[in-house]
Design a protein around this ligand. Structure first.
Ligand code: KG4
Ligand code: ZN
Length: 347
């Protein structure tokens, strides 16, 4: 029988049913994008309240459509962090309440492990060992995956996450939240060669990232273009060219660090995961680099790159199967990937 996955760490209310033998059986998602758009970003209090409104009906409808009763489930998995505490509490509370009512086990799952394992839901899943680049709105991490559940952090962002940098640059250009897809769309019309933005931290050894300098450079470039324009406003051409230059620099930085991580670890497989992994330019340039290295590239379909219930149901199904349990509401705003127990697929 399947495991119910519940994801409420940020601005998506997402649920799914994953069965270890039959695969993904159902998934449903309610996006809060329209709710937060007028504020230019996620408002935590509004996010929590909307999860309260949407989560239970979403679970009930999905189970109903799948013809599964709650008491038949193998368990319930929910995101326990990282994320917005109030939003996480909504998913955790409902998961524990339903588990008590239905008499099934329940487990809090690490959101970034969910992202990292999302490519395992595809037809051609990556076999460890591999390097994983986790690029979301809140995190930018390079992880060496020796086996499922055995993670070593190779590097991470010292300031803004990659997705956050996209979101902030988008705001500067007057684009709507979420900024990543908006920048990518505008960049398609831009000239990628007109301006060259800095590739942060590529001259320094190591695998950490920094995106705040790129943000400042973007702000200064916008100011320069405004000064040079007759009416003090950004032309459509300038906006598209800035979006393109920003995307080129952000993506090039990620590609360079991933190449370094493959070289340093000697691993031959690279996995992209998290919302920014939906970026087409990133996939394209990463594929070229990986081919040059004689390595292989894996990434989930776009809807499994951004937050979703399937990745939580999947990670939860593996861990519940090996007996892991959460005894009480278990919220961890900053959990460690490296401290997780290994996953035994043979069991
Ligand atoms: O993983 P995710 O859905 O949520 C977090 O866990 O943070 O990632 C959301 C982030 C946002 O910053 C969004 O702008 C970015 O992923 N994103 C993209 C694209 N689609 C989503 N960034 C660049 N290009 C995209 N196509
Ligand atoms: Zn996420």
């Amino acid at each position: 029988m399947p495991v119910l996955g519940i994801e409420t760490s940020c601005d998506e209310t997402a649920v799914a049913l994953y069965d270890r033998r039959r695969g993904l059986l159902a998934a449903a998602l309610h996006s809060q994008i329209a709710l937060h758009r007028q504020y230019g970003g996620v408002v935590p209090e509004l996010a929590s309240r909307d999860h309260v409104r949407k989560l239970l009906p979403l679970v009930a409808r999905m189970l109903d459509e799948a013809g599964i009763r709650g008491a038949q489930l193998d368990g319930i998995a929910y995101t326990h962090g990282p994320g917005l505490v109030g939003a996480l509490l909504v998913g955790a509370s409902l998961a524990h309440a339903l588990a008590a009512v239905w008499g099934v086990p329940v487990l809090g799952v690490h959101h970034m492990e969910g992202h990292l394992l999302a490519p395992m839901l595809e037809d051609d899943p990556p076999q460890p060992p591999f390097v994983a680049l986790l690029v979301s709105g809140g995190h930018t991490q390079l992880v060496a995956v020796a086996a499922l559940g055995r993670y070593r952090l190779l590097g991470e962002s010292l300031d803004d996450a990659a997705g956050e940098a996209f979101d902030k640059a988008a705001k500067m250009l007057g684009l709507a939240y979420p900024g990543g897809p908006a920048i990518a769309k505008l960049a398609e019309r831009g000239d990628r060669t007109r301006m060259r933005f800095p590739r942060p931290m590529i001259d320094r050894p190591g695998l950490d990232f920094s995106f705040s300098g790129l943000k400042t450079f973007t702000l200064n470039t916008i100011a320069d273009c405004r000064t040079q324009s007759a009416d003090g406003a950004l032309s459509e051409r300038d906006r598209a060219d800035i979006a393109a230059a920003f995307e080129e620099a952000a993506v090039a930085t990620l590609v360079i660090k991933c190449r370094r991580a493959l070289e340093q670890t000697g691993m031959r497989r690279l996995v992209l995961a998290g919302g920014v992994a939906a970026n087409r330019r990133l996939r394209h340039l990463m594929a070229a680099m990986v081919a040059e290295q004689g390595a292989e590239l894996f990434y989930p379909r776009p809807e499994f790159c951004t937050d979703n219930g399937a990745m939580i149901a999947y990670a939860g199904a593996l861990r519940l199967h090996q007996g892991e349990r959460s005894t009480g509401i278990d919220i961890q705003p900053r959990p460690s990937l490296e401290a997780l127990p290994p996953i035994d697929l043979a069991g």
